[in-house]
Design a protein around this ligand. Sequence first.
Ligand code: HEC
Length: 118
Amino acid sequence: MRLILLIWPLFLFAKEDWFITKLEYGKMLYNNPRGISCAKCHGKYAQGKIISKYYIKIKNRKILKIIKAPNIQNVSYEQFKKKLFHKKLSVMPKYDYLTNQEINAIYMYIQSISRKEK
Ligand code: HEC
């Protein structure tokens, strides 16, 4: 039952006539979600990426800090959506203006990349 809940968004728009278009739409939004591109931080294939490295100094010791955007290929739909509407202080901006349809399209696109990679 839980599995069905997690994967239903994949089938929601799987009507043949506009299936390809939907993925292209998702790709477009992933790269340009009317805000900072997801790809810029999470990478072209949503595989995750190091955003920035810097050193902090504590008592004459240099400590390397790495800010990384995680791989988002295996996130559940619920978690994915929640993250776009997050209210916490985070490196990642919130995208609370995206519509359900747009979020679905981006999610489907990311799922399609991770299927290709496996
Ligand atoms: C400025 C960099 C940046 C941009 C742009 C960005 N993210 Fe993120 N994202 C992060 C970082 C850093 C984290 C991990 C820390 C956190 O959760 O705040 C994260 C976490 C996430 C997570 C949670 C992953 C998990 O394992 O729980 C999801 C899902 C996500 N991002 C999706 C997106 C999508 C979709 C977009 C584009 C609409 C996007 N992000 C744009 C930096 C970014």
